[in-house]
Design a protein around this ligand. Structure first.
Ligand code: AP5
Length: 227
């Protein structure tokens, strides 16, 4: 299965993509995670990307298409993938389409998570991420078992640089201007599934699975399956 998740910052793309990857046994490809790792490791890509990310702006399309094109050729993406945070512009979507057409691996669906701006701001202000493995938590909605520590790897939970309120507002503006046009682009191709991103992570996951017409797929095994 080959999926794309779109939606504003904080819509729950990362949370839902991790659950879908576990449910369907496919690769979770998050461009945000890949870029943050490059920043942390101070690679040339990371140094270039940081300038854009800290301002809440997008890294250039050509760079992103190159990174993702390489990533989806990896062995763990042979059974499929869920793209989280990519594509984010029409040129990125066209770049992806060209790669997938060349490989004869078309997309199965694009899920648009619909979440109002005020919910986005609340979620991102309370988000904490593991400095070790990148897992997401929330101070109110998704607390770790031990305060400040990751359930998976014991790493320290920190606030993302770009989750400060003024950067979140900038990211929302960038989303509305550059990413929102993807909704019409994929709707015209008959690939779009619109799903409300409010409700618990488990309820959103069930709505996505229903929208994909895969309600009888294998049992999920991710964190999001906790009661
Ligand atoms: P990226 O990391 O992709 O950020 P984003 O798209 O802004 O998305 P977020 O990670 O903020 O949110 P999310 O939708 O994944 O929500 P999450 O599940 O974490 O990108 C960061 C930057 O990198 C960009 O600004 C850009 O500079 C650059 N970049 C990345 N990709 C690029 C590309 N393709 N092109 C160019 N530049 C690119 O959830 C958020 C919080 O809410 C968490 O705390 C979570 O626990 C909580 N939560 C989730 N679901 C629920 C729920 N149902 N109920 C309550 N709380 C919930």
């Amino acid at each position: 299965m080959r999926l794309v998740l779109v939606g504003p910052p904080g819509a729950g793309k990362g949370t839902q993509a991790a659950m879908l990857a576990a449910r369907f046994g496919i690769a979770h490809v998050s461009t945000g995670v890949m870029l943050r790792q490059a920043v942390q490791e101070r690679t040339p890509l990371g140094q270039q990307a940081r300038r854009y990310m800290d301002r809440g702006e997008l890294v250039p399309d050509q760079v992103m298409v190159g990174i993702v094109g390489e990533r989806i050729e990896a062995a763990d993406a042979e059974t499929g993938f869920v793209l989280d945070g990519f594509p984010r512009t029409i040129p990125q979507a066209e770049g992806l389409a060209a790669i997938l057409a060349r490989d004869g691996r078309p997309l199965d669906a694009v899920v648009n998570l619909v979440v109002p701006d005020e919910v986005v701001v609340r979620r991102l202000a309370g988000r904490r991420v593991c400095s070790g493995c990148g897992a997401n938590y929330h101070v109110a909605y998704d607390r770790p078992r031990v305060a400040g520590r990751c359930d998976r790897c014991g790493g320290q939970l920190v606030q993302r640089e770009d989750d400060r309120e003024e950067t979140v507002r900038r990211r929302l503006e960038v989303h509305n201007r550059q990413t929102e046009p993807l909704v019409s682009y994929y709707r015209e191709q008959g690939l779009l599934r619109e799903v409300p991103g409010t409700g618990s992570p488990e309820a959103v996951q069930a709505a996505i699975v229903e929208a994909l017409g895969q309600a009888t797929g294998p049992r999920a095994t991710g964190r999001g399956d906790r009661p």
